[in-house]
Design a protein around this ligand. Structure first.
Ligand code: ADP
Length: 260
């Protein structure tokens, strides 16, 4: 208590939820949501955990599309929302509560009250691990979320060239400032393996992830290739870990899930 940057009073638990892991990125478009969703499904299917997925990316909620879920959540007798479920994962997203094309013009306090509603206004039941798909970036909204939710740790998703730059470091620094341990770094779109000849190309460069993780004394959790099926299954709302469990990429997600 009283430590700078820390506000223990407001870090309330979410009823029924054992531990919470944030999936974050220094900037948008690196595959944070895709990774969050596939890890959540891997926790459920591979690790046999009871899993929740909280879409805290209120600016661009993608969980409804990625998990093929839509419609308004029903309310229980205490007027708490019941999460929507697919692939063994209970999900809650602002996308369930607003029109698809409605502009998400959120100011700081609105983000926090929306998040409050999604997290503690939901009747999750018993959950072993909750994955939080964070908004991209490292601004005030991300800091507030990290101060409000009792995060057990954060996973940082980055592309190789992003890692070479400063975004991932910024993410790491932000979580350290609010005393959230970094579980490790995942490199997404790491390499491309030609489906015809098997040749591997390092489209965005390669090797920087491991060394950056080492340099920052952080665990390197793994490399996810740039893969057509990952993109297609995301668009279809059938996460590859569930829809094509025997693929190489699904194996990589499962290994990373076990490491976490
Ligand atoms: P973010 O949450 O960081 O903004 P998304 O998860 O929405 O990023 O991913 C951005 C785009 O990249 C999406 O179209 C997604 O399908 C695609 N994508 C993400 N990871 C991969 C990958 N490993 N291989 C191919 N496409 C990917």
């Amino acid at each position: 208590p009283g430590e700078p940057g820390r506000s223990p009073m407001s870090r309330l638990n979410i009823a029924g939820v054992e531990s919470i892991i944030a999936v974050a990125s220094g900037k948008g478009g690196v595959g944070k949501s895709t990774t969050a969703v596939n890890l959540a499904v891997a926790f459920a299917l591979e690790c046999k955990l009871r899993v929740g997925l909280l879409d805290a990316d209120v600016y661009g909620p993608s969980v409804p599309t990625l998990m093929k879920l839509q419609g308004r959540p029903q309310l229980d007798k205490d007027s708490k929302m019941l999460p929507l479920e697919n692939f063994g994962v209970k999900c809650m997203s602002m996308g369930f509560l607003m029109d698809k094309d409605a502009p998400a013009v959120w100011r700081g306090p609105m983000v926090m009250s929306a998040l409050e509603k999604l997290s503690r206004g939901t009747s999750w039941g018993e959950i072993d691990v909750m994955v939080v798909d964070m908004p991209p970036g490292t601004g005030d909204a991300q800091i507030s979320i990290s101060q409000r939710l009792p995060l057990a740790g954060a996973v940082i998703v980055s592309t190789p060239q992003d890692l070479a730059l400063v975004d991932a470091r910024r993410g790491v620094n932000m979580f350290q400032k609010v005393d959230v341990p970094i579980v490790g770094i995942i490199e997404n779109m790491s390499y491309f393996k030609c489906p015809k000849c098997g040749e591997v190309s390092d489209i965005f460069g390669h090797g920087g992830a491991r060394s950056t993780s080492d340099e920052m004394r952080m665990e390197f959790l793994g490399e996810i290739p740039l893969n057509m099926a990952v993109r297609e299954t995301s668009d279809e709302g059938a996460p590859i870990v569930a829809s094509s469990p025997s693929s190489d990429v699904s194996g990589i997600y499962r290994i990373i899930a076990r490491r976490i």
